[in-house]
Design a protein around this ligand. Structure first.
Ligand code: AHM
Ligand code: MG
Length: 321
């Protein structure tokens, strides 16, 4: 039972020889996700939908759930004693937590606006070795990463650098149990995810890429179907399981797109590569980008190798920026 489907998260990690301090940190994140899941389930009843009235460091409205989930994660991780420094989408500055071998980067609630309409939400995390000022090396150095998707069921997709695994939250036992070990992305898929409402701002390369995917060309497996939910974790979950591509390109209004490198693009890129997929800014693999600031944004193309390479080819045609 220790390593097959049905294995509990801690048991599986111990069986895989993961170092004890990393196990303890991942279990504290999973325990926080369990509590966030309970909040998400009751969000409408508990008047946790809507915004607080504050704006975060990105200039975006803070939702009540963002604040609550951030608090839960900070408390759980502090109690684990394994994190020296914590960087969160919801906090302008890195938070020193007193010691431990790791730095942790979190997006407590991905797709926050979905909370108002009972849509899918997520939490994303990235683990590096502790770094003094909170600025880690390139994403390839991550010690682990993952996301929790709060959908009709709650899934934890996680890696510690030896494959991509899906755990499901057992809603009665309140434990994450192994659902699908060693997931591999299909080399290509039939769906794409992008906010087409921004088409007027897209560059010629992005337009040409999406036109290619949606061409009337059955022989080349076109047109792809569009699947876009407003929650990156939910959209990526489909893509990790069925193949395809999620894009948040840079455009005329936002040269670096919307998504943040350290706690959105990089952890998800690590997961995708561990499953045999690919993640790129269009110009470089996400995992090779050396961060300059903790909240920096980056264009993101992530999913199956075939579609991400095609996106890169179209973006490169535009010439070096
Ligand atoms: P958030 O972390 O503030 O919720 O922002 C990230 C979200 C992603 O989940 C989603 O794919 C994207 O923003 C949607 O943005 P847009 O409405 O511009 O398409
Ligand atoms: Mg968020």
């Amino acid at each position: 039972m220790g390593s097959g489907p049905g294995a509990e998260l801690g048991e599986f990690m111990r069986g895989d020889g993961v170092e004890p301090s990393l196990i303890e940190l991942l279990l504290s994140v999973a325990a926080a996700a369990d509590r966030i899941e309970a909040l998400v389930r009751r969000a409408t009843l508990a008047h946790l939908v809507g915004v607080t009235g504050a704006t975060n460091v990105q200039g975006e409205a803070v939702h009540k759930l963002d604040e609550a989930a951030n608090r839960i994660l900070v408390d759980a991780v502090r109690a684990s004693g394994r994190v020296a420094i914590l960087v969160s989408e919801e906090m302008a500055e890195p938070l020193p937590l007193g010691g431990g071998p790791f730095a942790l980067y979190i997006d407590p609630v991905d797709g926050s606006s979905n909370a108002d309409v009972n849509g899918s939400l997520g939490s994303i995390f990235s683990i590096h070795a502790a770094v003094p000022a909170g600025l880690p090396p390139a994403g390839r150095a991550q010690r682990g990463s993952g996301y929790v998707m709060y959908g009709p069921g709650t899934s934890l997709m996680v890696t510690w650098g030896r494959g991509l695994h899906e755990f499901a939250l057992d809603p009665d036992a309140r434990r994450f149990v192994l659902a699908r070990p060693d997931l591999r992305l299909p080399p290509s898929g039939r769906t794409y995810a992008v906010n087409s409402g921004r088409r007027a701002y897209w560059t010629a390369g992005v337009r040409a890429f999406v036109d290619d995917l949606t061409a009337d060309d059955g022989k080349r497996g076109r047109p792809y179907s569009l699947r876009y939910s407003g929650s990156l974790t939910a959209d990526l979950h489909r893509i990790l399981l069925e193949g395809g591509v999620y894009c948040y390109p840079g455009d005329a209004k936002a040269a670096d797109g919307k998504l943040r490198l350290l706690y959105e693009a990089s952890p998800l890129a690590f997961l995708a590569e561990q499953g045999g997929g690919r993640a790129s800014s269009g110009r470089a693999p996400i995992l090779d980008i050396i961060p300059r600031t903790i909240h920096q944004r980056v264009p993101l193309y992530i999913g199956s190798v075939a579609e991400v390479e095609l996106a890169e080819a179209y973006v490169r045609q535009e010439g070096a920026r």
